[in-house]
Design a protein around this ligand. Structure first.
Ligand code: NAP
Length: 247
């Protein structure tokens, strides 16, 4: 039994696509022919730059402002994308934040904000798109996790808890829909040069076997592969894009 092809006229939704890894993922999916819903929370200029880059390369992009950490944010975002771009066949849960501190002193707010953005939004968005993917017998959910979570990183207990949970969620949700032509995978980046890691000392790159930080485009290439028809038999897995850091 072969995997059905991706439906005509369907689109990809990338959360947190105003900069960094999300912007690179949006550009890579557009280059693969997907009309892309570019979500952002506060950086309207960044989202406009992502959409402009896609359009100047001949692709299609529509911008959607939404705070995915709000309980109603994911459902509203999915409704808005349906109304303007149609059926969502690829969902990339990329929006993420960190709010570091030692476990003994993390505030409830910093705990909650990181879990709401990195984990709860991932679940709510996935829930909001799965039915239509199952109906179409084609769907790709790609959750951006991290090397932090499966392994420790002092000062990031909230972030690590959220990303480890994203991997656990990915595995179980994947087996629940595996018969339906829908795959759910995680991509776990290591140290990637973006705004999020701007304050991290460059000396840390020396701990990476590849001896350098990765680029957003190197993460996007893995996401584009998992979103493609070629990745139809890969589900419930975590693909590390980390220059060997977790090896
Ligand atoms: P970044 O440069 O800080 O960008 C984060 C993006 O997420 C921005 O577009 C931001 O939107 C968006 N965002 C944050 N909260 C949001 C919310 N509540 N609703 C909607 N969008 C929201 O981060 P990055 O380095 O590209 O990271 C992207 C993903 O990769 C995250 O999940 C991160 O945890 C993961 N990751 C990154 C690294 C790394 O080394 N950089 C390593 C492992 C994993 P606005 O700017 O519009 O607010």
């Amino acid at each position: 039994m072969s995997e059905p092809a991706r439906p005509d006229g369907a689109c990809a939704l990338v959360t947190g696509a105003s900069r960094g890894i999300g912007a690179a993922i949006a550009r890579a999916l557009a280059a693969d022919g997907w009309p892309v819903a570019v979500n952002y929370r506060s950086d309207a200029a960044g989202a406009a730059a992502t959409a402009a880059a896609i359009e100047s390369a001949g692709g299609r992009a529509v911008i959607f402002q939404a705070d995915v950490a709000e309980p109603q944010g994911p459902a509203r975002l999915v409704d808005a994308v349906h109304a303007e771009l149609g059926q969502i066949s690829v969902l990339v849960n990329n929006a993420g934040v960190r709010a570091d501190g030692l476990a003994l002193s993390l505030s409830d707010d910093d705990w909650q904000r990181v879990l709401d953005t990195n984990l709860h939004a991932t679940y709510r968005l996935t829930r909001a798109v799965l039915r239509e993917m199952i109906r179409a017998r084609f769907g790709r959910v790609i959750n951006i996790a991290s090397v932090v979570g499966p392994r420790a990183n002092a000062g990031q207990a909230n972030y690590a808890a959220s990303k480890a949970a994203v991997i656990g969620f990915t595995k179980t949700a994947a087996v629940e829909v595996a018969r339906r032509g829908v795959t759910i995978n995680a991509v776990a980046p290591g140290l990637i040069a973006t705004d999020m890691t701007e304050d991290i000392p460059t000396v840390l790159a020396e701990r990476v076997p590849a001896q350098r930080a990765g680029t957003p485009e190197e993460v996007a290439a893995a996401v584009a592969f998992l979103a493609s028809e070629r990745a139809s038999y890969i589900t419930g897995s975590t693909l590390y894009v980390d220059g060997g850091l977790s090896a």
